[in-house]
Design a protein around this ligand. Sequence first.
Ligand SMILES: *Cc1c(COP(=O)(O)O)cnc(C)c1O
Length: 221
Amino acid sequence: MEVQNNLKFILNTIPENVLLVAVSKTKPVKMILDAYNAGHRDFGENKAQEMAAKHEQLPKDIHWHFIGHLQTNKVKYIASYVHLIHAVDSLKLLREINKHAQKNDRIIDFLLEFHIAREESKFGLTLEQAKIIIESEEFSDFKNVRLCGVMGMATFTDDTNQIRKEFRLLKGYFDSLKADYFANSAEFKEISMGMSGDYPIAIEEGATIVRIGSKIFGSRN
Ligand SMILES: *Cc1c(COP(=O)(O)O)cnc(C)c1O
C-alpha cells in the first residue's frame, strides 16, 4: 500500500532516535489507519476540531501531536488526550492549556515555537520573548504543563543554505535555553523541525522530531 510504502521509505532514511510525526491533516481516517496498521503511532494535525474527530474514530493508543497555531478557545477540543503541543507562542495560550490540563487532571507537554523563517507570516517567538515567558512568575506557577523543547519552520525556498541557517538558528536557541534554564531537566530535549521538503537538512542540524505530511500521505489541495 502506498502510505505504508512511503512510511517505510522515510523511516529507513531517518535515524532511530528521531521521532517521525506523520502529518495527517486534511487526510481521511482510512489513510491514518494504513499507517497505524504498519505500526505507526505518532500523528500530527493542525486543526483542533479535525483532530478531535479523528481521535474519536481511531484507536486510543495513537499519540496526537498538535502542530499548528492553536487558538485559546480551541484548547478544550484537544486537552484530554493531546500528546504534545508543538507551537506555543504566548503566555496567554499557555495559561489556557494549563487550565484545561488541570481540569483533565493531567500534564500536557509542549514546545515553544520560534520564528526562524524570513516570511513575516509565520508565527513564533524571538529568543528574548521566550526568555520573558520562561522567567515570568506565572510560568513557574503552571503545574500542569511541561516544556519539552523548541519548534520551528524554515522559509519555504529552494535555497538550502538559507534553510540550513534557519535550522541552525533554532538549534542555537535550544542550546542557549538548555544551558541557561534547563541544564538539569531531562525533559527539555526536543527540537521539532523539518517537513517533507527539508527534513534531511533538519536532521543534520539536530532535529529530534520531524513532521512529515505530503511525503507520506500525498499532496494536499
Ligand atoms: C503541514 C505541516 C507540516 C507537514 O508539511 P509537509 O510539507 O506536507 O510535510 C509540518 N509542520 C507543520 C507545522 C505543518 O503545518
